[in-house]
Every structure is written in C-alpha cells, then in structure tokens.
Design a protein around this ligand. Sequence first.
Ligand code: MIC
Ligand code: SF4
Length: 644
Amino acid sequence: MAGKSLIYKILESHLMEGELVAGQDIGIKIDQTLTQDALGTMAYLEFESLGLERVKTLSVSYVDHNTLQDGFENADDHKYLQDVASKYGIYYSKAGNGICHQVHVERFARPGQTLVGSDSHTPTSGALGMFAMGVGGMDVAASMAGKAFHLICPKVINIKLTGRLQPWCAAKDIVLKVLSILTTKGNVGTALEYTGEGAQSLTVPERATITNMGAEMGVTTSIFPSDEKTLEFLKAQAREDVYAPLGPDADAHYDEVIEINLDELVPMVACPHSPDNVKTVKEMNEIAVDQVLVGSCTNSSYRDLMMVAAMLKGKKIHPDVSFGVAPGSKQVLTMIANNGALADIVASGARILESTCGFCVGCGQAPRTKSISLRTNNRNYEGRSGTKDAQVHLVSAETAVAAALTGKFTDPRDLGLEIPTITLPEVYDIDDSLIVEPTCDTNHAILRGPNIGEPPSNIEMPEKVEAKVAIKVGDKITTDHIMPAGPYLKFRSNVPKYSQFTFCHVKPNFADECKDNVANGFYNVIVAHESYGQGSSREHAALCPMYLGVKAVIAKSIERIHMDNLVNFGILPLFFADETAYENLNEGDELVFVADEDAFAKGIFTVENKTQGKTYALKTPLNERQRDIVRAGGKLNFFRNGGQ
Ligand code: MIC
Ligand code: SF4
C-alpha cells in the first residue's frame, strides 16, 4: 500500500466521523479558528445563538477589513467583537496589529494542527504545515462550539517544485504559474501539497504567498511540509516549542502530480479580470501604468517589504505613478521602521497605508477611470478595486516596484539592478500588546451598536416551492458580484440593509424585485452557469439572498465554500443535467417544484417551468447530512432540532 500525503496524515489524526476516502463526507476536530471583522460579527452572533459559555478552540478575532470608520458602524463592530472575545475566551487582535493571515502565520499557526477561518485565504497558514481552510462564519461558530467540521475528503494534487527560483523571480510567480495550470474553476474537492527541492528552498513567508492564492483556485487547502525552514521561522518568532517535523511518506499516494521547474520560471502577471489570466511580464509590452500598490495578505511580509525598500533605495517613483505600500502587520512595520527600510520607501515617494486589507478589498485607493493598476494582492475581479473599468493586474513585489520606477510594465530582470540579498531576521520584533487576552468573564457585558442586528432566521424548506427566476447569470460569478464589499462592507452586521445591495452591480433592482415576488406569494431562484460563487468565504452571499426569499440556486457548478454557505442558510443547490435547461430558463420565469422528503431522499427535483412549458429533472449535489440541513432551513435550525 502506498504511503500517506501530509494532508491525509493530519486528517487521520483529527478524524471524528467518516472514512478517509476522497469524495466522502468526513468530520474532523478543529484545533484553531480565526475570524476577521467583516465576517466576524455574524459568526459571533451565530456563536452566541448556540448558547455556550466558552469557545472550545484556540480562537483569534482579527480586526483588519473594516477599518475605514467613515461612520460609527465599523467602530461599533470592533467594540462588539472585543466584548464577545473577552467573554467567550477568544484572543482579540486590534485594528493596527495587521492582516489576519499575516499575523496568524507570525503568532499562532502550528504545524500538524487544523484551522478554520471565516476568510477564504485562511489556508495561508498551510505555509507552516497546518491544515487550514476557509469556511463560512456559521461553520466557524460550530467549530468554536466543539462540533466536528464536515468537509468532503479531498483528493490531493502534489505540486512538485524542482530547481530553484532565479534572480528577480518570486514565490508569486510560482503561484501564478500554478493558477495558469489549474485555473480558477474545476478544483472543488482538491487539495494541493507542495514538495520537492524547490519547495524546501522557500522560506515560510514565500510559502505563505503560495498557500494564500490556493483560494483563487477554489482548492480545499494548500500545504507545505514542516521542515528546517519552518523551524527557523518559528525560532525567530520565539515559538520553536510548537515545531514538529512533518511531511508526506516517501512513497505517498497522490491523485496527480504537477511538476514545475523553478529554474525555468520567469516574472508573471495575472491580467484583468481573473487571477488565472496569466501572462509573462515581457508579454505586456511595456504598457504604461498609473497605480502600483504593494500589500495584502499575499505579499506584505518582512521579506517582501525589505525587497521593496532595497529596490527603491536612493530612487524616485515615476511621476505618473501613484505608489502605495501597506505593511502586512505591526511586526513588519515596526521592523522596517527600526532598520531604516521604511525611510527608504518613504523617500522614494511612496504613500504609506495602514496595515490592513484596505485597497485589496476596495476600501480606498480606487484607481482612476480606465487606468492600469498593478497590485501584489490576490484578486483582480472586475470592479473590486472600486473602479469598474480599471484594469487591475496581479504581480510580485519585485515586478510592482519595477513598474513604479519606470512607469511601465517592466520585467525586473531588465532593470539592470543588482539583486538584493534579503536575509530573514534571526529574531523578529515580538510585541503582542495589540493582541488582547480574554478575561473569560461570563458576566462581561456586550455592547451592540444600532447597526448590529440578529442573524435572520429561516423557515423549513416548504414542500412545494413556487418561485420566480430572479436573475440569470453566466460563468464565474464571484461573491464580489453577489455581495460587493468596498463601501458596503460596513453593513455586514445589518442583513436587512446589506441585502439591499445584493447583485447591485449586476442587476441594480434585484433586491426590490425579489421583495416584490415575495409580496406576490413567490419565492426566488438564482440561475447561474459554471463555477458560481468563486472567491471569498463571505456567507452574506448566501445569507442576503436567503433574506430576500431565495430558495434555490440552479447552476452548472458551484464553488466549495459558497456551496457550504448556501446549505448553512437553507438554500438548495441544483445542477443541470445538460445545457438545454440553462438555455431555456429566463429571468421572470415562473417555476414550481416539490421539495418533500421523497425528493430530498432521491436527490432529484422535478422543476416545472410554467412560463416556458418545460420540465427539468435537476439533481442536488448534496450528501445526506447537507440535505437534512437544507430541509431544516439551515444550520441554526438543524442544530436546534438536535442535529450534529
Ligand atoms: C476577500 O478577500 O474577498 C475577503 C474580503 O477577505 C473575503 C472575506 C469577506 O468577504 O469578508 C474572503 O476572502 O473570504
Ligand atoms: Fe484582506 Fe485582501 Fe487578504 Fe481578503 S485577500 S484577507 S481582503 S488582504
């Protein structure tokens, strides 16, 4: 029998239910959880409704998304989060401490353990040999309550890195290469395990850039072995006590092996509007750029900012470029401030931004109309930057700085600079004073600002669903299309208000139409094509449609986290058997289907389209447990009815 992958070893040691067979439903024990503020309020409101006294996991609540505070809402959320954290035994990482994934890698991630986080980039901690997954807030709440976390046991692809990164090529170029191979769709139920001499040569921050962007491929997680590089990093963070050497067996079984020779890799760029639209920097033909931004949970580590500073030292940013830098954490910012690198960055003409998500999630730095923006983050979905017709490109820190200096796309190898040697510190600056320890005082009062509502409740799935097709969309609809972030982020704790913006950039009257349909006795149905719900883990992309009376999403395929979120809020996912049903369905069509015990047991729902005079047999991809959750009207009802 073949040996085991690292992923299967960790799953085996955490298995609570089911069998470790790819494609099967398994329940695993969760050791750690993380939340960020944009999804944290809802996750903790859900946790509160489970009625426990304390969390059963090591849990951290980060404030890094909504720090704009152009009104009272963000600040009210922060206070609520701090109170909840203190009462229920959760560490609270204050605004200013840094981006959740960067800080988690620095201070909490642990080889061999499991982590779920209400943010799709939670697998960043896979850089330290951790099994880390992005999930919906409801699943974080259930994990904090000590319940088994259910997932489809993934198949594992081995990404074997041979050779070594050549000068001016970076970890970002590796992951963009992987994205060009695996693309952003079709990877549901797959996990990535990086091995090989090339993997061994990468430092933990470089590994984190790679595991971070597995989220864009829609994979379950990405992981690196825990080895000498891990030990070095943990030692420098004064955390060597959590080190354990971990890796796959020499004869580990993998479902597929993809080999990438780092010797041959060149600087890459993801072009608009998808992270898998990858070209080489040279292919960009030196087109002029307007904006360059370095930061986000992908590329804002000490290593990246030292590279930025070294490249900028003694030089000036091109006059036509607006250049901004957001250090990933307080630790990074403090260190570059103390060693003078920050002064080099400032002297070059850079704008120093807060250590938060900021521009990455469309909070500020919207580029000018039709501009070319180069960014080191992980998503370039249309409109996410805040400017619909801006052309956002994703690059490494090296390529970003090269463009900031020359004012045009430039392969950093052509700059004629000597490659800087970046040595990682033997000891990082450790100051956890912005991580507030919980008091676990059960009498701790929780202040709730006026924008913080209760999580909306749902009814059981009706046995007969009469509905209207409220919207019909095409391929690769992201959660940014469904529930945009940016200026609307501050309404995350207020579902009635936030739901008004559902699909607002795709079909501005969507919410009103849904409400009219409900007023006229109809539920709503969303029709989509391939890879619906790509991108973030925001459960609002299911919660707000639920609030607007959506009972089913009919699609060709749905991405993993979004599918789980639909289930958690009692929305039935249905798949087409062939293209005719998709072509046949139109916005406004009146549909009727029976959703009784029999239909759920068979997993086949016969949908009659009364407007078109057609009937389709649609299959739900859900397993038995998930079907029970949908029938109950979502996870809160399911738990209340005694479900586990
Ligand atoms: C994102 O990168 O889109 C976010 C904002 O971090 C989301 C979470 C959210 O919507 O709050 C994610 O990736 O899960
Ligand atoms: Fe924040 Fe951007 Fe990372 Fe999401 S992808 S956690 S918005 S930095």
